[in-house]
Design a binder for this molecule. Structure first.
Ligand code: PDD
Length: 287
């Protein structure tokens, strides 16, 4: 069955889906996006994802092309047409089509493109064996809290990871503190059993999975601290993991050349992953 995309109100075969070359997303990366997991046919954490989308649009002063309610209908229709039960939906909204000029066009009509894909396969046994992360300088701007489609630093970072045989690259600020992965949030478990992740300031994307994991930690009385941690601290950590809508809670068992623990996913991370998967299939899922 061929995949169907949504392009500005139309459902079209993916191969035929296209936007205008003067779309400002294409010209300037003048747009934002969201990725929401689909589990068992349900969207995971749909409301907070849509809330973050509206926030990203607001920060860039892009008009939402439709209401949240209309968006929910279109998302469901696209998922139905693609017959995907486990995977993700990608939404991209831009300021629309206009002659190339840096300043905002007077009467732009925002564009909305959506695609759905089946579950992305992680490296074999990734959940048990964990994945490797490398560390790289964070070369991004000061508004990493906005989920823009301007992803050059992420593209270069992920490629460096791939070339190093790693799954993710943890970006490091000028003071030696880890900000986040190229497409995930970064976490450690300290020697004394405390969960640590960087606070959601402008230096990182406020991950929706991050938020749900913190709520699960709270509900399960797991000790956690939102504070920056250094690369040295990460390498001395008992366990480490990343979170995102596509990787959920994924163990990190090696940072650069440093192998954590026995090189297998830690028991704490696996417990947290199980807790999160239960949440994603249960109270985190919407019809
Ligand atoms: N990435 N940090 C960055 C820079 C991200 O791009 C992402 C998500 C996250 C995790 O956010 P969330 O838990 O809401 O997915 C953190 C998505 C999955 C992507 O770009 O494909």
């Amino acid at each position: 069955m061929s995949r169907i995309a949504y392009v500005n109100g139309c459902y079209v075969p993916l191969d035929e889906a296209a936007v205008h070359i003067e779309d400002r997303g294409y010209q300037f990366a003048d747009g934002v996006y969201e990725v929401i997991a689909i589990k068992g046919g349900h969207l995971v954490d749909e409301e907070p994802h849509l809330k973050r989308l509206v926030r990203s649009l607001g920060e860039l002063k892009i008009r939402a092309p439709m209401s949240d309610a209309a968006m929910k209908v279109a998302m469901r229709e696209l998922i139905r047409r693609n017959r995907v039960r486990n995977g993700s939906i990608y939404m991209q909204l831009t300021r629309g089509v206009a002659p190339r000029d840096f300043a905002f066009p007077a009467n732009a009509v925002s564009s909305l493109v959506m695609t759905v894909r089946r579950i992305r396969t992680l490296p074999a046994n990734a959940a048990d064996d964990g994945v490797r992360a490398i560390t790289i300088p964070d070369i991004r701007w000061t508004r990493c809290d906005i989920k823009t489609v301007g992803l050059t630093a992420a593209v270069l970072g992920k490629q460096r990871a791939r070339e190093a045989g790693a799954y993710e690259a943890w970006q490091v600020d000028r003071d030696g503190y880890v900000t986040e992965g190229t497409s995930s949030n970064a976490w450690i478990l300290t020697e004394d059993g405390k969960i640590v992740t960087r606070p959601a300031t402008n230096a990182i994307l406020s991950g929706i999975t991050r938020r749900s994991v913190l709520e699960l930690a709270k509900a399960n009385k797991l000790a956690f601290e939102e504070r920056p941690f250094t690369v040295a601290e990460a390498k001395a950590a008992r366990e480490a993991w990343i979170t995102s809508a596509t990787s959920f809670v994924l163990p990190v068992t090696q940072i650069d050349e440093r192998v954590l623990g026995n090189g297998k996913a830690g028991s704490f991370t696996l417990k947290l992953r199980a807790l999160y998967m239960g949440y994603a299939e249960g109270e985190g899922a919407t019809a």
